[in-house]
Design a protein around this ligand. Structure first.
Ligand code: F6P
Length: 322
């Protein structure tokens, strides 16, 4: 009988609980013993690991966050920290570890793999910046939250003839901003991947105002050179020329909270199943993700050594539609 542990790491993402539930239940269905590690790699280092059963993961499918807790752990960035984690797993006779998380977490996971511990990664990050999967757990929910915010802001924007700068999360990646901007009909989208002259944004606003638009929405990725605050500062010096009054809304962690969408629950359930199947066939050191509608495994080495790019075709499309 195998013993398999699961942990969630890095920024929480809606759907992580659905993934934990799936990993645990699919493992138990194989007759294995399942363990939960509390608080990501910090819990691994301190040996905060306990057995979990089917009922422990009941009623969590629809809940955001992660029942196991998560952390960004500095100590795990050192080999000493990772060896401590491996010792804790070996003490309990654990055969394999499933790590649910994004870039930083899968980098840590890759290091565990290079130290000889059998691991499988599950793609989970709202940023959708993880190479090796077209979609990650949490992206769909975060995108829908951003979209709902944009739709709501539009009504106030129209009532007051305002332009709203809506800053969305995504770290250095513009995926969420681009998709939210396209889905929300933004007048302009600022992305870390595309150099933007703030004067061009000002001109877009001025023209929209002149053409009688009642509102304008500018979606700004948090990682863009001109984020919402920087743009507000810039516009303060150009107030007279914009027409619209400007307001900024930074969505921040709101995007990571709340119930996961149906899409994320299903994706997470599939990924959990994929992780257990990978362990069963001895496919270690891989990331479970989704490509062309199939659940896939991609070597973690490939995942951590590549940067995922956003689609420049979609950037072009956004420009045409705005
Ligand atoms: O990676 C997910 C994410 O929410 C990013 O979009 C954001 O830049 C970052 O985490 C925020 O990190 P923290 O929750 O540690 O403040």
């Amino acid at each position: 009988m195998k013993r398999v542990a699961v942990l969630t790491s890095g920024g929480d993402a809606p759907g992580m609980n659905a993934a934990i539930r799936s990993v645990v239940r699919c493992g138990i269905a194989k007759g294995w013993m399942m363990y939960g590690v509390k608080n990501g790699y910090s819990g691994l280092i301190s040996g905060n690991i306990r057995e979990i059963g089917t009922r422990d993961v009941g009623g969590i499918l629809q809940i955001g966050g992660t029942i196991l807790g998560s952390a960004r752990c500095e100590e795990f960035k050192t080999e000493e920290g990772r060896l401590k984690g491996i010792r804790a797993l070996r003490q309990l006779g654990i055969d394999a570890l499933v790590v649910i998380g994004g870039n930083g977490s899968q980098t840590g996971n890759y290091y565990l793999h290079t130290l000889g511990f059998p691991v499988v990664g599950v793609a989970s990050t709202i940023d959708n910046d993880l190479y090796g999967t077209e979609m990650a757990i949490g992206v769909d929910t975060a995108l829908n939250i951003a979209l709902e915010a944009i739709d709501r802001l539009k009504t106030t924007a129209s009532s007051h003839q305002r332009a709203f700068l809506v800053e969305v999360m995504g770290r250095d990646c513009g995926y969420l901003a681009l998709m939210a901007g396209i889905a929300g009909g933004a007048e302009y989208i600022l992305l870390p991947e595309v150099e933007t002259d703030p004067e061009e944004v000002a001109e877009t606003l001025r023209l929209a105002y002149e053409h009688g638009k009642e509102h304008a929405i500018i979606v700004v990725a948090e990682g863009a050179k001109y984020n919402a605050s920087a743009l507000v500062k810039y516009f303060e010096q150009h107030k007279d020329r914009l027409g619209f009054k400007i307001r900024e809304t930074i969505l921040g962690h709101v995007q990571r909270g709340g119930e996961p969408s149906a899409y994320d629950r299903i994706l997470a359930s599939k990924f959990g199943y994929g992780a257990i199947e990978a362990i069963d066939r001895g496919d270690f050191g891989v990331l479970v993700g989704q490509n062309k509608d199939e659940i896939t495994t991609v070597p973690l080495e490939e995942v951590v050594s590549h940067k995922k790019e956003i689609s420049m075709e979609l950037v072009k499309l956004a420009r045409i539609l705005d």
